[in-house]
Design a protein around this ligand. Structure first.
Ligand code: SDX
Length: 436
């Protein structure tokens, strides 16, 4: 018997099965041999929401949730946030290495060449109401780009794949800015490729009649750091969605649109917008203890708190707190950060949160910074999607190149009716409540 294995005894049959262990795990497929009768389908694992299921092998991002560790391609997030630019980290996530200067310059030039949108996309955006939520506009517009670039469906062609990866990274800020300008009936501002990735985004968002937009360097750098922090996070809900849609060989535009749709949920990337609403609902510090009691009763969730993987402080939240001080040095202080800090202080001293290992996550402070920088809450999740498109694409590409991966198609545990036959309408009983 191989020492690197486990033995399962099926007490229903008395049979024993030696299951090989790989990377401290077992393959779910190895359980299929466990049957009571030869005609049985065989044993599966049942794991709703994939709490304890690895869907892939990945070399991109490592998280140790108990220790609050996050690394991109082995580099600690703290070092990357301090020393790199977002596009430098994008290159790292996609290609596996930090680029030498010559390669980085070529990469940045390539991205800058694709920041413009096809003019028809502007007309597409005109179809949205002025109060349309920017995430709905973003998801739809990214999907529509699939019709502008039909060759993107050749996902196994590395040259074509690379071209559309660059296009998506380059165009996300432009789409976001155009969605924002549309909301206010403002003319679209074309990209200014003299500017950095984030300064150009701010230009497209906020340039008015000045001949040339000048971004505050501190705010542009803080936004660059926030983009680094949001770039990837292993198999989160939206990345899992990207991999699932991509596994059917759909093109990267519709796959990103699907991933962005998952991100828009309030339990995922939509939480940053919900945190601001929560702080406004609480209103003032003195009302925090009462709100915490409502959380503990299960009436409301403490948005921006808790995480499926982190059972310690989200390392990104720590960096964002540092970045907040830099922003307030420019924009002036606001009471929301005081509210958030007090909320964190009270929560982290309360057994309800301590027992459940609930700490601030990436969304708890990010919205406060975004608002101080001048972004409206309804665009916060779009600000999450812009950098996360790099992670989605890196994971999508890794999936396509993984020889073990094929179209994702999970099984189920059937709990419905056994076989039964058609009942003529005159013989049917009054409508029963549908059994869950
Ligand atoms: C992101 O996966 C990723 O990596 C995501 C992300 C990324 O970069 O891609 O990090 C980005 O999505 C961050 C999370 C943003 N979402 C929020 O801030 C929404 C609020 N948080 C929760 O909804 C919750 O913490 C989740 C969704 C983040 C995680 O939920 P889990 O892992 O399914 O945990 P759970 O809901 O089963 O909670 C376990 C317990 C429960 O209490 P009991 O039933 O055991 O009594 O903790 C409680 C929950 O009620 N709980 C909370 C809470 N989060 C969990 N109670 C109050 N407030 C919360 N925020």
């Amino acid at each position: 018997m191989d020492s690197n294995s486990i033995t399962i005894t099926d007490h229903r049959t008395g049979k024993q099965y030696d299951i090989p262990v790989e990377d401290d795990n077992i393959r779910a497929k190895a359980l299929k041999q466990i049957k009571v009768h030869p005609e049985d389908f065989g044993m599966m694992t049942y794991d709703p929401a994939f709490l304890n299921t690895a869907s892939c092998r990945s070399a991109i991002t490592f998280i140790d949730g108990d220790k609050g560790i996050l690394r991109y391609r082995g580099y600690p997030i703290e070092e990357l946030a301090e020393k790199c630019t977002f596009l430098e980290v994008a290159h790292l996530l996609l290609n596996g290495e930090l680029p030498p200067q010559e390669d980085l310059s070529a990469w940045v030039t390539r991205v800058k060449r694709h920041t413009m949108l096809h003019e028809t996309t502007k007309k597409f955006l005109e179809g949205f109401r002025y109060n349309a939520h920017p995430m709905g506009m973003l998801i739809s517009t990214v999907a529509a780009l699939s019709t502008v670039y039909p060759d993107a469906k050749h996902v196994h062609d590395p040259v074509i794949r690379s071209r559309h990866i660059v296009r998506l990274i380059a165009k996300m800020p432009t789409i976001c800015a155009y969605c924002y300008r549309h909301q206010f009936g403002l003319p679209y501002v074309y990209p200014d490729n003299d500017l950095s990735y984030t300064a150009n985004f701010m230009n497209m968002m906020w340039k008015m009649v000045e001949p040339k937009y000048v971004a505050d360097p501190t705010l542009a750098r803080v936004l660059d750091i926030l983009f680094i922090l949001h770039a990837d996070h292993e198999q989160n809900c939206s990345t899992n969605t990207m991999r699932c849609i991509g596994s059917a060989l759909a093109d990267p535009y519709v796959s990103v649109a699907g991933a962005a749709a998952a991100l828009s949920g309030p339990l995922h990337g939509g939480a940053n917008e919900e945190v601001l609403k929560m702080l406004d609902e609480i209103g003032e510090k003195t009302a925090i203890p009462a709100y915490i009691e409502r959380v503990k009763k299960g009436e409301v969730k403490l948005m921006g708190f808790g995480h499926r993987v982190y059972k310690n402080y989200d390392p990104r939240a720590r960096i964002i707190k540092w970045a907040a001080d830099r922003v307030f040095e420019v924009t002036g202080h606001n009471n929301r950060i005081e509210m958030a800090l007090e909320l964190e202080r009270i929560a982290l001293s309360d057994d309800y949160f301590i027992e459940r290992k609930l700490y601030p996550n990436v969304d708890f402070y990010s919205g406060i910074i975004y608002q101080a920088m001048g972004f409206r809450p309804d665009i916060f999740t779009v600000l999450f999607a812009i950098p996360r498109v790099v992670g989605w694409l890196a994971q999508w590409q890794e999936m396509l190149l993984d020889p073990e991966q094929k179209i994702a198609r999970p099984r189920q545990v059937y709990t419905g009716e056994g076989e039964r036959h058609f009942v003529p309408i005159e013989e049917r009983s009054p409508a029963q409540t549908v059994k869950a």
